[in-house]
Design a protein around this ligand. Sequence first.
Ligand code: VGL
Ligand code: ZN
Length: 200
Amino acid sequence: MRNEALIVIDMQNDFCDGGALAVPGANAIVPLVNRLIERFDHVVMSQDWHPAGHASFASSWRDATPFSTASFAYGPQTLWPAHCVQGTTGAAFHSHVNATKAELIVRKGFHSGIDSYSAFRENDRLTLTGLEGYLKARGFTRLVLCGLALDYCVAWSALDARQAGFDVAVAVEATAAIDLDGSRERMLAEMTQAGIALSA
Ligand code: VGL
Ligand code: ZN
């Protein structure tokens, strides 16, 4: 459909089996993501793309452990194992994901002091990636999201898309969650509350 785009979030090696920040069940969704890519006329992909020593990595701080919460200038920030470092194999798309059709690949998380879960707006909630402007310039009004991770980058992207006025659905069956301290249920509820359609 002319007004509709599929947004494939962060289908990268580091979020898949054996990766630095492996999301349980990530590899199993690859065929479902590919089926969605086949079905849509327009596909955009996001790529988590951190410089080495990024502030969101626990390893960038003294005595910090992965999955703990730190206080950043912009608010609380989860510290992650180092992942998706620019130019590494871990940052590349999973080789079975069909990226050929992607009309735009939007990279995020490249500012060394700011994390970015959302493909629209970084975690300081001020810095924009430009994706909203791109999608509006292309005339898309309806977005369907899939990919990794449901409760972080997919959910934050979906909420920002809704905030930006798009009609938004998340293909939950083509996602997998990190599920940190109940984040999966919490973000599903937030998305429902925001008027985002959740399939399956
Ligand atoms: C993600 C944590 C850190 C994601 C990215 O893609 O969901 N999560 N960076
Ligand atoms: Zn990241």
